[in-house]
Design a protein around this ligand. Structure first.
Ligand code: KDG
Length: 322
């Protein structure tokens, strides 16, 4: 029996500021395990899918935490390598400053174990044991060997008819240069489902109208493009360029918005692979995103199907929208 989804990427220790404001005044940090690809896999696992990750962690306490945490969330960690010559990456989150309601990430991941991922870590036979691969624009930015590893996974999936899901996830703090990001990531747009946002589309298709950019991605053979609009909700486009829109739920608490996009992706994918419509998938996706912003940490508030139903029920009789 095939597993459902596999991904490749860095899983880090997230040190989330317990109090809002500039980090230099923060006295306490809360420890979480996070990373966009792992977040999506955990989200899918909570929704009943079988997931696996390819990554590297350091031979340190944080590496042990990452492995134990992912295993506990049901992600297969048999392809996580322990590297004794580089540490597990960490990053900090500053909350509600300088923009209330927003969070800022500060990476301490240069030279980390995961930045040494390489094509040797991508075991073809193991990848082929899955139905789909999930890739993001983060891992290719970490190093040239990471780029080559992602490229290998993409090629294996393409040649063997696995579904490819790609989130553009452009982190300019990692790429530094828009042209570098555009050149590196454009080939991955030939995926079955592409998640993106307006900022990333501007990097990938500079100066082009949003709809033109989307139709170019669909023209590459992509079946669904999803544009995440943060607190404005999301829009999706199918291969005939039909548009589906949803507004975001207004949550009474915003602790930390980081990770909401990954929870959104997981719920959207889980719904599509369960055979639900794009409209229904968008509804579950914004619900999952809304839940994640209510807590610190990217994955702790990711929902099960039951949680999604309870959440939606609480909005019945008039969906409260932003
Ligand atoms: O999507 C959330 C991620 O951005 C966060 O957990 C950190 O993976 C991360 C990254 O590379 O920015």
């Amino acid at each position: 029996m095939k597993l459902d989804f596999i991904s490749i990427g860095e899983v880090m220790i997230q040190l989330n500021a317990v109090s809002p404001g500039p980090l230099r005044y923060v006295k306490y940090f809360e420890v979480h395990v996070a990373g966009s690809e792992a977040n999506m896999l955990v989200g899918l696992s909570k929704l009943g899918f079988k997931t696996s990750i390819i990554t590297r962690v350091g031979d340190d306490e944080f590496g042990k935490l990452v492995i134990g945490f992912l295993r506990g969330e049901g992600v297969d960690v048999s392809r996580v390598k322990i590297d004794d010559s580089a540490p597990t990456g960490i990053y900090f989150i500053q909350r509600h400053f300088p923009v209330p309601g927003e969070s800022t990430v500060f990476y301490y991941r240069h030279g980390s174990a995961a930045s040494r991922l390489s094509p040797e870590d991508v075991d073809e036979e193991y990848v082929l044991n899955h139905r789909g691969v999930i890739l993001t624009g983060i891992t290719p930015a970490l190093s040239s060997s990471c780029y080559a590893a992602v490229e290998k996974m993409y090629r294996i999936a393409k040649h063997n008819g696995l579904d490819i899901v790609f989130d553009t996830n452009i982190r300019m703090k990692l790429w530094r240069d828009a042209l570098r990001a555009r050149t590196a990531l454009t080939p991955f747009l030939q995926s079955k489902i592409v998640f993106t946002n307006n900022k990333d589309l501007e990097v990938l298709f500079p100066g082009e109208h949003l709809k033109e950019a989307i139709s170019k991605i669909l023209g590459k053979g992509c079946e669904i493009v999803v544009v995440k609009l943060g607190d404005k909700g999301a829009a999706a486009y199918d291969s005939k360029m039909n548009e589906y829109r949803i507004e975001a739920f207004k949550t009474p608490i915003i602790e930390d918005v980081i990770g909401a996009g990954d929870a959104f992706n997981a719920a959207f994918l889980a719904s599509i692979y369960r055979g639900l419509s794009i409209d229904q998938a968008l509804l579950y996706a914004v619900a999952a995103g809304a839940l994640v912003v209510t807590v610190r940490g990217d994955v702790e508030a990711q929902p099960s199907w039951k949680d999604l139903e309870v959440f939606l029920e609480s909005f019945k009789g008039g969906v409260v929208l932003r």
